[in-house]
Structure formats: structure tokens, C-alpha cells
Design a protein around this ligand. Structure first.
Ligand code: MCA
Ligand code: AMP
Length: 522
């Protein structure tokens, strides 16, 4: 496999802008000097962590690790002690890369630390290993939530990054002339792989907003940015802002490409944006374990409400509970028919039946770190990855996601959050006797986390806020419940299993004693 970043070694791109965070930026020559010098210091490490603030240092640190062929584990700097403790002990990095002045909490503080420094081009001769690359070698370990237990580390190989970014380049006509703007976090696939490594693989530029805002988007699109990436919550906020902001409408109208992913973009928000700006929003569908699977293509029709067609190289099929294939695609992405569980053709797909999306291809992860049980359970006997996402294939061949198999996985603001990890955190609070967590529809976040709690004594005033802070502090702020509802008992079946669907009725029964309380969002 050739280099992940040809533009770093090509003389012709040396003076082109590569990265910009606020008023700090690096050209390709400066990035090569900075990441090359750092890579030379990382060589031979088994695995390292990166304190993944939205900064130049995170981008340089991850590129350096990739150049040195040392797998990198991005850490969410807002994670709490419990979450960081799990990730550090599970991934066992021998060193953490951070920015000068970053205040690292325990247990990250106890790791050997190396501060990322940036160098002007020419000051340091870039030096990094040049031996042949192994496409299956791990590049990143990205932690992702499951329904129960702590997050699992998805091991993403180098070939997955190269193949997914090249497939997106094909679908989006993404080139080195594109300038990307976004405000995504850098500890997940969307912001880091697509949002930073994507432009660098093309020889183009990324301008990171630090934090997402409509003003930042307007400013950068007016100053030459050509593409915007965001989660549906960001597009929802843009759609709301567009109502009174003609400047934003003009700026979005100038963009070559607006891309949404990480969760379903409501058709209503898509249509509001197109009506105000004349631009469609391109939706793509991916997962930490698979990187990108499908996308609406820029050379095809806009298809609001669908995630388009399989990307080049990605095998995709819709599978029924009994293992028969409802619908599949040829290697070149052409829709084909259905097959029974033995693989024999059974005729045409009806265009309506719902099946689980299963995928295979070079874009897939190789394993969950230290979790052979979970890795084995994630694949079918014939080697397809079970996404857990349920979909239909429209008459024109586009994939339309209609739901998820596991109701205990919540997508809030584009973050995947397991109900089980929040329930466990709540149960560690002394006032909580029983806890159940669900997702409820939310116009802004897609889904909001709701905690249903039984306390020993009558809930003290302010306990709802205290429980939200408790979860935010142990796990991460985006995992905090947005509503806490107190009940006298959780509804259970004869086996003692919590009946989550019966929770609203149980609340009505409990109402004389307690009421629902929303935890405000500041
Ligand atoms: C609030 N805050 C708190 C508390 N309450 N902090 C501590 N304790 C509390 N109790 C703070 C937060 O830390 C944050 O601080 C601020 O208040 C607001 O937090 P939050 O409500 O979470 O922010 P938001 O404005 O609602 O966030 C919306 C968002 C965010 C910007 C859209 O959800 C986001 O960045 N989403 C992106 C998720 C993403 O990239 N997913 C990709 C996964 P401060 O003000 O300092 O920030 S990869 C994936 O899904 C696959 C591969 C794919 O297909 O892409
Ligand atoms: P994560 O585990 O955080 O990588 O999230 C992956 C999940 O996000 C997928 O399994 C889907 O449920 C969801 N997802 C990502 N992109 C889309 C999309 N465009 N439409 C609907 N769901 C999506």
C-alpha cells in the first residue's frame, strides 16, 4: 500500500494550505516537517493515545502516528474519570500526545507525555519510516458504545482509511482543490477520519471552527471553503438560523457540497435548507466499525431521506431475521435480487421489505480490541458485518434507513450512546435504587437521553440535575440525561426484565408522588 498522504511527500503541494484551526495554520511543507519530526520520536511504540482537542496539535499528532505506523487512540478531552480509566486500561497506550499547556486528568496524566510542537518548513528535516506498508496494520483504535458495558475499541486498519476516503472522493468528486469547513469533534470517525485525514489524503485543506456555529460556517464559506461536513443537529441549527439570516443562505448557496452524516437527517430540515439556499444536502451512511458504506452521489439525483448507494468496493445486502437476503448489490453497486438462507436466488426484491444492513469490504475494522467475543458476534458465519441498522431499498436502488435493531442504542447529536453504560453510571449514585435509560425524539438532537429512576427515599429537590452532572462527570457531558423522571417502581415482566416501552404508563401511575423534570441545557 502506498502512502496514506501522497501530498506530504510531493514537492508540488509543499506551499499549499493543509490545516487551519482559528488563526493557526500549516502548509503541507510545515505539516511534513512537524509530523515527520514527531513520527521519528514515535517509531517502535506499540500504541499511543492522543488528547484529541479540536486543535492543530491533534491533527499533527494523528498524522505523525500514521507516518510512524503506530496505532493511535483518540481520547475525548471531556470524558470523565470512569470512561477515561476504561479506555486507558483497555488500550494500554505507552504515551500520550497532547498540546503544550493541556491539563491532563488522571489516569491520562500518569502516562508518559509528549507535547506536539509545530515547526516551520525547513527548520526540521522530515524523517519518517519508508519501509513497505501493511494495509491490514492497525491505524486507529476508536471507542464506540454498545448496548451494555463500557465502550469497545474498534481497531481500524490503514486500508480502511485509504479505501473509504478514495471511495468518497469518487462519490463526491472530492479533490485537492476543495477546502473543507466543519466543527466536528476529533475523537470520532466523522471529524477525524473524514474531516481531517480526508482533505489531507486529497492534498486539499481543512479549516476547523473550534466549535460549530452558523457564523463560522458563513465566514469560511464566504472565504473560499467549498465543502461543509456536519451531523444532523448542526444542519437542524443551520435550518433554524436560515429563517432570519440571508448571509448564511448566500454562503451555503456558494458551497460545492454540503454533507450530513452520523445520524438521519430529517427530510424537513433537508428541504428547508434546499429551499433557502438552492443546495441539496448529500447524506452518507457510516459507522465507526465500517467507516463509510453508502452515499448519495454528486453525479446522481438528490435523494432526501435516503443514504444513497453503496460506495465503490463496499458489499452491501439487506438480510431478514432467518438469514435470507432480501436485496443485494453487484460488485459495481448495481441493485440485484433476493436469495434464500442457502444463497439461492428467489426472485426480485419488493422494494418495501425491511432487512438488516450487512456490509463487507476493505472499509471494515478488523476487531474490537481485547474483545474476541464481541468481534465474533458482530460478523455472520460468511463474513458479513452486522450493522444493526434496518433499511429498505427504494425502487431506484437507494438505501433508506428506517430504524435500528437495538432500542438500547441512542443517537443524540450524532453521538452513539448505549443505554446500559448510563444505567450503570446512574446506579453508582447513592440515591438511585433502580434506573432505566431510553431515547426520545428531539427536534435538535435527533434523540434525547431520558433517565427513569427509582430512589430509596423521596427524591430531594435538585436530584435530577445532580444525576445529570454525575453521568456527565463519570462518562462524558454528551452522555448526560436531558430529562430525569422519578418513578415509584420500574415496570418489569415475570422474568424481572425492565419493560422500557411501559415506562410512560408507569410514570402516569407514579405521578401523584413525583413528576417529570427536564434538566436544562446550559
Ligand atoms: C452541559 N455541559 C456540561 C454539562 N451540561 N458539562 C459538564 N457537566 C454537565 N452537566 C457542557 C458541555 O460540555 C458543552 O461544553 C456544553 O455544555 C454543551 O454541551 P452539549 O449539550 O453536549 O452540546 P450541544 O451544543 O448540544 O452539542 C451539539 C453538537 C454535538 C455540537 C451537535 O452533539 C456534537 O458535536 N456532535 C457531533 C458528534 C459526532 O461527531 N459524532 C460522530 C460519531 P462546551 O460548551 O465546552 O462544548 S462517528 C459516526 O457516527 C459515524 C462514523 C458516522 O457515520 O459519522
Ligand atoms: P457510530 O457507532 O457512532 O459510528 O454510529 C454509527 C451509526 O450511526 C450507524 O450504525 C447508524 O445507526 C447511524 N448513522 C450514521 N450515518 C447515518 C445516516 N446518514 N442516516 C442514518 N443513520 C446514520
Amino acid at each position: 500500500m502506498s502512502s496514506l498522504f501522497p501530498a506530504l511527500v510531493s514537492g508540488s503541494t509543499a506551499r499549499r494550505p493543509a490545516l487551519r484551526f482559528g488563526d493557526r495554520s500549516l502548509t503541507y511543507a510545515e505539516l511534513a516537517a512537524s509530523a515527520g519530526a514527531l513520527a521519528a520520536r514515535l517509531e517502535g511504540r506499540e500504541r499511543i493515545a492522543v488528547w484529541a482537542t479540536p486543535s492543530l496539535e491533534t491533527a499533527v499528532g494523528v498524522v505523525a502516528a500514521l507516518l510512524a505506523r503506530v496505532p493511535a487512540v483518540p481520547l475525548n478531552p471531556k470524558s470523565g474519570a470512569s470512561e477515561l480509566g476504561h479506555i486507558v486500561s483497555d488500550s494500554a497506550p505507552s504515551l500520550v500526545l497532547a498540546g503544550e499547556g493541556d491539563d491532563l486528568p488522571s489516569p491520562v496524566r500518569e502516562l508518559e507525555r509528549l507535547d506536539v510542537v509545530t515547526h516551520p518548513a525547513g527548520e526540521v528535516v522530515a524523517r519518517y519510516p519508508s519501509e513497505p506498508d501493511d494495509p491490514a496494520a492497525p491505524a486507529l483504535v476508536v471507542y464506540t458504545s454498545g448496548t451494555t458495558g463500557p465502550p469497545k475499541g474498534a481497531v481500524v486498519p490503514r486500508r480502511a482509511i485509504a479505501s473509504t476516503l478514495d471511495a468518497l472522493a469518487d462519490a463526491w468528486r472530492w479533490t485537492g482543490d476543495d477546502v473543507l469547513v466543519h466543527g466536528l469533534p476529533l475523537f470520532h470517525v466523522h471529524g477525524l477520519v473524514l474531516g481531517v485525514l480526508g482533505p489531507l489524503r486529497r492534498g486539499g485543506a481543512v479549516r476547523h471552527l473550534g466549535r460549530f456555529s452558523a457564523e463560522g460556517v458563513t465566514r469560511e464559506l464566504n472565504a473560499g471553503a467549498t465543502m461543509l461536513f456536519g451531523v444532523p443537529t448542526m444542519y437542524h441549527r443551520l435550518a433554524e438560523a436560515l429563517e432570519g439570516d440571508a448571509e448564511l443562505a448566500k454562503a451555503l448557496g456558494r458551497a460545492r457540497l454540503l454533507v450530513s452524516g452520523s445520524a438521519a437527517l430529517p427530510v424537513h430540515d433537508h428541504e428547508r435548507i434546499t429551499a433557502a439556499t438552492g443546495r441539496p444536502v448529500v447524506e452518507r451512511y457510516g459507522m465507526t466499525e465500517t467507516l463509510m458504506n453508502t452515499s448519495v452521489r454528486v453525479d446522481g439525483p438528490a435523494r432526501p431521506g435516503t443514504v444513497g448507494v453503496p460506495l465503490p468496493g463496499v458489499g452491501l445486502r439487506l438480510v431478514e431475521e432467518d438469514g435470507s437476503t432480501l436485496a443485494s448489490y453487484d460488485a459495481d453497486g448495481t441493485p440485484t435480487g433476493s436469495y434464500d438462507a442457502g444463497g439461492n436466488p428467489t426472485g426480485a426484491y419488493d422494494g418495501e421489505s425491511v432487512g438488516e444492513i450487512q456490509v463487507r469490504g476493505p472499509n471494515l475494522f478488523t476487531e474490537y480490541l481485547n474483545r474476541p467475543d464481541a468481534t465474533a458476534a458482530a460478523f455472520t458465519a460468511d463474513g458479513w458485518f452486522r450493522t444493526g441498522d434496518m433499511a429498505v431499498r427504494d425502487a431506484d436502488g437507494c438505501v433508506r434507513i428506517v430504524g435500528r435493531k437495538a432500542t438500547d442504542l441512542i443517537k443524540s447529536g450524532g453521538y452513539k450512546i448505549g443505554a446500559g453504560e448510563i444505567e450503570n453510571a446512574l446506579l453508582e449514585h447513592p440515591a438511585v435504587r433502580e434506573a432505566a435509560v431510553t431515547g426520545e425524539p428531539d427536534d435538535d438532537l435527533g434523540e434525547r437521553i431520558v433517565a427513569w429512576v427509582v430512589t430509596g427515599d423521596a427524591p430531594a429537590p435538585g436530584l435530577d440535575r445532580e444525576l445529570a452532572d454525575h453521568v456527565a462527570g463519570r462518562l462524558a457531558p454528551h452522555k448526560r440525561p436531558r430529562s430525569v423522571r422519578f418513578l415509584s417502581a420500574l415496570p418489569r415482566n415475570d422474568m424481572g426484565k425492565i419493560l422500557k416501552r411501559a415506562l410512560p404508563d408507569a410514570l402516569a401511575d407514579s405521578r401523584p408522588r413525583t413528576g417529570p423534570s427536564d434538566v436544562s441545557h446550559d
